[in-house]
Design a protein around this ligand. Structure first.
Ligand code: TXA
Ligand code: MG
Length: 341
C-alpha cells in the first residue's frame, strides 16, 4: 500500500480515509497517533495488525469536544466535567464507564473506555471533519518509542496505512496523562502533559498507580494494560542515573565503557566526547526534555552502542512523565548518583 502524505491544509480530505474504514496517521500535541473510526470494529482491528499490538491492550477514543462524552460514556461524573473544563482540549485522557455502543475491540473487552479531546488544531480539524470518535494509539510499532514527527511515524508505518497528515513536531512530546475516574480516589495511570499537581488542583486526592514508578511483579496487573509492556526501549540496555545533574554526570563518567552511549542534559554533553551522545535539553527545562526524550531513545535504535546511560529529571511537574518514559526504557534499571562512593 502507498501511504499518502497530506499537508495540514488537507485535513478534511484526509479525514475521508477515516470515514471510509482506513488508517490515518494524525498529529496531536502529545505524539502522532494511528487513527481509525472508533465505531468501525474492522477498521479498529487493523490498528492492532499495523502496530503488532497485543489484543488485550485497549485504545483511547479522541473526540472534538467534551459534549461528546455522554454519547459513549455512562454516568459521567462531576469530576470529569471539572477536568474537561480545566484541561480540555489538551493532553489528558480520562477513563470512564463505557456505553455498550463502544465496540469491544476498542476497549479490549473492559467495561471502561479512555476518552481524550486533543488540542492540536490539525487534529481538531480532522476530528471535526470525520464526525466520528477516532480510536488512536501512539503511531509507533508496538514496543518502540512514540513518534513526535511525521518522519518518525513513517519510519514505522510507511506502506502500512492509507495516509498521514503533517502537523509539524509535537509540542508536548510525551503521551497524554491518563487518570482513572472510575475508582476512588481517582488514580493516575500514566503521567503526561497534564501534571499530577494540576490533577490534584482540581480533584483533591489523586492516587498514583504503582506501575508509574516501578516494575510490575509477576501476577501484578497495572490498571492501564499497556503499562505492563516493555516500552520505548532501544536495542541496547539502558541504565537511568538519578539525582543532582552534576552528580549523575560524574557517576556516568566514572562507569562509562568505551562503546557506551549517553542520554544527557545539554550542559554535560562535553564530558562524554568520543561517545554517542543524545541531549534532551537544558537540565532545568523539563518541557524541552519532554519534547526530546523519544527522539533520543529512537536515535539509539540506529547505533551499535553496547549500553546506554541516561540522566533523568526529578519526578515533579512534567519531569514525572519524562522520568517514567526513561525508567520504562530502562526496564526500571535505576541507580542513585548520590548513593555512589
Ligand atoms: O497522547 C496520547 O494519549 C496518544 C495520542 C495519539 O493521543 N495516544 C496514546 O495511546 O498514547 P496508546 O494506546 O499508545 O496508550 C494508551 C494507554 C495504554 O497504556 C492503554 O493500556 C491505556 O491507555 N488504556 C486505554 N484504555 C484504557 C482503559 N479503559 N482502562 C485503562 N487503561 C486504558
Ligand atoms: Mg503507545
Amino acid at each position: 500500500m502507498k501511504t499518502k502524505r497530506f499537508t495540514a491544509e488537507e485535513a478534511a480530505q484526509a479525514a475521508e480515509i477515516l470515514t471510509s474504514g482506513g488508517l490515518l496517521g494524525i498529529p496531536t500535541e502529545t505524539v502522532y497517533g494511528l487513527g481509525a473510526n472508533g465505531l468501525d470494529p474492522e477498521a479498529v482491528a487493523r490498528i492492532f495488525a499495523a502496530k503488532g499490538r497485543p489484543q488485550d491492550n485497549p485504545l483511547i477514543l479522541h473526540i472534538p469536544s467534551a459534549d461528546w462524552l455522554e454519547r459513549y460514556c455512562e454516568h459521567v461524573p462531576e469530576a470529569a466535567c471539572a477536568l474537561a473544563a480545566a484541561y480540555w482540549p489538551g493532553p489528558l485522557t480520562m477513563i470512564l464507564e463505557r456505553k455498550p455502543m463502544v465496540p469491544d475491540v476498542v476497549t479490549a473487552g473492559l467495561d471502561t473506555v479512555g476518552m481524550r479531546c486533543p488540542s492540536h488544531p490539525v487534529c481538531r480539524a480532522i476530528l471535526t471533519a470525520a464526525g466520528v470518535p477516532v480510536a488512536a494509539p501512539s503511531g509507533n510499532t508496538s514496543g518502540r518509542p512514540s513518534p513526535t514527527t511525521m518522519a518518525d511515524m513513517l519510519e514505522d508505518m510507511d506502506g502500512k496505512i492509507e495516509g498521514i497528515v503533517d502537523g509539524g513536531p509535537c509540542s508536548v512530546g510525551v503521551e497524554s496523562t491518563i487518570v482513572d475516574l472510575t475508582v476512588r480516589p481517582p488514580r493516575l495511570l500514566r503521567p503526561g502533559g497534564i501534571t499530577l499537581e494540576q490533577l490534584r488542583a482540581v480533584l483533591g486526592e489523586v492516587a498514583v498507580d504503582p506501575a508509574v514508578t516501578r516494575l510490575m511483579g509477576a501476577g501484578e496487573q497495572p490498571r492501564a494494560p499497556g503499562m505492563k509492556y516493555r516500552h520505548y526501549a532501544p536495542k541496547a540496555p539502558v541504565t537511568v542515573v538519578r539525582g543532582d545533574p552534576a552528580e549523575s554526570a560524574r557517576c556516568i563518567r566514572r562507569r562509562i565503557g568505551d562503546r557506551d552511549g549517553v542520554i544527557c542534559f545539554d550542559e554535560f554533553a562535553a564530558l562524554f566526547e568520543g561517545h554517542p551522545v543524545e541531549t534532551i535539553g537544558p537540565k532545568d527545562d523539563q518541557s524541552e526534555q519532554a519534547r526530546r526524550v523519544f527522539d533520543a531513545l529512537r536515535a539509539f535504535d540506529g547505533t551499535d552502542a553496547a549500553q546506554i546511560w541516561a540522566q533523568c529529571p526529578d519526578p515533579v511537574g512534567i519531569g514525572l512523565a519524562v522520568s517514567n518514559r526513561l525508567n520504562k526504557a530502562a526496564g526500571f534499571h535505576i541507580i542513585d548518583a548520590e548513593a555512589e562512593p
